[in-house]
Design a protein around this ligand. Structure first.
Ligand code: NAP
Length: 282
């Protein structure tokens, strides 16, 4: 599994999205799936208070009990409506309780919306100092949002940005990823298999180029999509699956390296953007 550096920690470039996971009826199968991912050197679990209103965070707690805290790199997210002086600390305490840990590896502001960036950066800085979180970051931020964040005290302590990114929705290749590279800010790529970009999903399903590259490597199209998303070395992709075999396949995609010919072929169906495209969000 190739790795990506977040602060002083190296983590597997393919992680696990947990948006709709944690339903009690599927729990054993989902735990089995996570176990297969860990066997394949995955570590990142991506949850949020929004995912099932705490259900997904509680599932992380199950994973901590089943697999041990040390094997997991836990990302949680706070809604902008709770990123306020009145609610943020309380929400973080709830996140720690539900996920069964005394320290999150990353705590993200889920969207910018009306959040007071100066307050958020100061509060996150304090949480790091108190040992409640190892580091913090943001999600659904475009270049202008990150530039605003970098202007407030402690804003440049932000350790990651998590955005929608896949072969069919690759506007961030034009300006955001170059900005993040320059500022040593890794990207967490959500919906890397296109579940969120319905127009893009159809193009991904019918792409001859993806099929051809998959055949060349004896891989699945989904594995090629994941290998493409993490090709730069500074992107972590967080596909979601409750299927243990899909999870193992996703982990194995962390070893798949695409060459220039593969990338050129994929560009024929999904061209590199040549102008600014507003950030896509779910
Ligand atoms: N920060 C944000 O605002 C934000 C927004 C959206 C999502 N996210 C995060 O990103 C994660 C992933 O995004 P997503 O759930 O939208 O979409 P996704 O991971 O791009 O796609 C999920 C779909 O792909 C299928 N799949 C997964 N692995 C597969 C494989 N190896 N072969 C075939 N099919 C496979 C899954 O079905 P099966 O279960 O059948 O495998 C599921 O239908 C979320 O869980 C969440 O953690 C963050």
């Amino acid at each position: 599994m190739r790795t990506v550096r977040i602060g002083d920690t190296q983590v597997g470039a393919i992680g696990i999205g947990l948006w709709s996971m944690g339903d009690a009826r599927r729990r054993e199968r989902e735990l089995e799936a996570v176990g297969r991912g860990l066997e394949g050197d995955m570590q990142v679990l991506d949850t949020a208070e929004m995912y099932g209103d705490g259900v997904s965070e509680s599932f992380v707690g199950e994973c901590v009990r089943r697999f041990g805290r040390d094997r997991l790199f836990i990302i949680d997210k706070v809604l902008p409506s709770n990123a306020t002086p009145k609610h943020l600390r309380q929400r973080l305490e709830t996140a720690l309780r539900l996920t069964g840990t005394d320290r999150l590896d990353l705590y993200l502001l889920h969207w910018r919306e009306n959040a007071d960036l100066a307050y958020v950066a100061q509060a996150m800085h304090d949480f790091v100092a108190e040992g409640l979180i190892a580091r913090w970051g943001v999600s659904n931020f475009d270049v202008a949002d990150l530039e605003d964040l970098w202007k407030v005290p402690y804003g440049d302590e932000c350790a990651v940005n998590e955005d929608l990114y896949n072969v069919a929705v690759r506007g961030v290749d034009y300006d955001l990823l170059p900005w993040q590279r320059e500022h040593h800010l890794p990207l967490i790529a959500y919906s890397p298999l296109g579940s969120g970009g319905m127009a893009g999903l159809e193009a991904m399903r019918s792409s001859r180029a993806l099929e051809q590259v998959a055949r060349r490597h004896g891989a699945s199209v989904q594995q090629v999509e994941l290998a493409w998303a993490v090709r730069s070395g500074s992107v972590i992709a967080i596909p979601q699956t409750s299927n243990p075999d899909h999870m193992a396949a996703n982990a194995a995609a962390g070893d798949l390296v695409l060459d220039e010919e593969d990338l050129a072929l994929i560009d024929t169906d999904f061209p590199t953007p040549t102008h600014k495209i507003p950030l896509a969000k779910i």
